[in-house]
Write a protein that binds this ligand. Sequence first.
Ligand code: NIG
Ligand code: FE
Length: 436
Amino acid sequence: MTKSSWVKNASQLATLAFDKKGPRTNKAMSELGLIEDGSMWIENGIIQAVGTTEDIEKQYADRLQEAEVIDASGQLVTPGLVDPHTHVVFGGIRALEFEKRLEGTSYMEIMNAGGGIHATTRMTRESTEEELIEQTTKRLNSFLTHGVTTIESKSGYGMNLDTELKQLRVMKELQQKHVIDIVPTFMGAHAVPKEYRGREDDFVDYVINEMLPIVAEEKLAEFNDVFCEKGVFTPQQSERILEAGKRYNLKPKIHADEIEPYGGAELAAKTEAVSAEHLLKVSEEGIRALAKSGTIACLLPATALYLREEAAPGRRMVDEGVAVAISTDCNPGSSPTTSMPLVLNLSCISMRLTPAEALTAATYNAACAINKEDSIGSLETGKLADFVLWDVKNYQELQYLFGVNHVRSVWKKGMKVVNLGDSAVAANAGVVMENF
Ligand code: NIG
Ligand code: FE
């Protein structure tokens, strides 16, 4: 039987619909396809029609009775947020390292002394699949309550075949078990493991010859990422890994120019990477290369804030014609957060994106950064009914009232998966009062 839902009376529906396909740049990043008194008709989890409440009422006049009504009065409705860059599957946490960094030790110093990524690698190697599933589920739940309905997820805390496969299998299992959609990325080259110190090229060979073929054969990943950074992988080593991945149909992504300018953005353009990530220290040439190649810049302002660094030059990139997406970079070291709303706020505050550009970066362009723009990232006929009701009247308020989670409810494939509405608050308040 057909299950129909009718979203009606949204004070503003940001559809993100646009007449051209592909990552949005320049002025197109401000085109949100806004509808006042917005409405949607949904059947079996797929959007059938989008318009004003009056439009939809007329179009479905003879079927209004059969639909579940989703009253969005006074609320903003947007596509479900998409987080195109996370390291969400990991064992343990690194709170002590946070303290150390505040006392003056740098992120790279900690990593080179065997902490940082290496510490998480140790803890991930020691974790069972069940433990990883349990810890990751909590984080996925938190993503969901912050309005995120699809995430990308990288391996990279294994740095040996067994643990890389373990992380990727955890993602596969969670993709089946959890309502969030997970797009897997292989990142065997996240750091050079201790065992390979001084033999970096041997590790690159190991990634290419021993890991990539099995990851591809088991169909465990769609993308292939590498940390191209001074002291980690050189642009030459990174290129070898990315080109090898391409031979297995794994599309390249790059952690580029995060700590120092290192030609990462240029390499992303050269290898036709889907996205270049971080880019705090991107060169002018790198910005031009990204604009020309169409490689998406995936910017992570929460990471910059957490490392107490200046954010990537997001404003300049948009002005130069680079397609920008934004992400949490959720990981236990440089960005232990699951809050995309915070990232939206920071994109405006730290990178001077406008609220409209930031919303495009967290929805449609983010979907492009994981090659999923045909099914998610905007509210259009034929796409998945992944959407969020926010307790604000318009998209400007969403960004202006910062550091707060405005989610009221989250819908995944037409199903309500989060409900933080007034009644939930009232019920909880009641419990507190009774216990008091
Ligand atoms: O994207 N830069 C490299 N990788 C992660 C951090 C990983 C960690 O510190 O555990 C990042 O920021
Ligand atoms: Fe990252």
